[in-house]
Ligand binder design. Sequence first.
Ligand code: ZN
Length: 161
Amino acid sequence: MTDCLFCSLSTQEKSPSFFWQNQHFFGLLDVFPVNPGHYLIIPKRHVVEFDDLNQEEWLSLKEAVKLSREEIATYDLAEAYQEIINNKVAPQSVEYCQEALNFIKNNGFKPEAFNIGVNDGEAAGRTIHHLHIHIIPRFSGDMKDPTGGVRGVMGLRQKYG
Ligand SMILES: [Zn+2]
């Protein structure tokens, strides 16, 4: 599976976007952050869908969500984004990382909540076919009305009530 991006990244502990790991998962900053500190939890084993995780990995995922959120809170995100920008990881990602960097320089990094989500299949928007769980830090005022959260993936169906 050497042609899988996430399989190749699972061993790149020195990359600025690689910030955490346990036995079965690792945490990687999304280089196109939709919000500052947006990262992915990725199984080290090449699995494609959520249901492909085995029992041991399921238990490990619970720990991964908790521990990676603790870790991201103390990680030097400003330095990481600066390095990602300098390394030109992806030319199109510079704008995203610069915006995240500016936010952190101005506000620090104190997430108040998180959206946690999986694009579990191509029709759901998955483009890298190795399971990854998005963890998106949220801050009061980061959008006009956050009501609906992940419901927003369906555009007009985001709002309810
Ligand atoms: Zn893979």
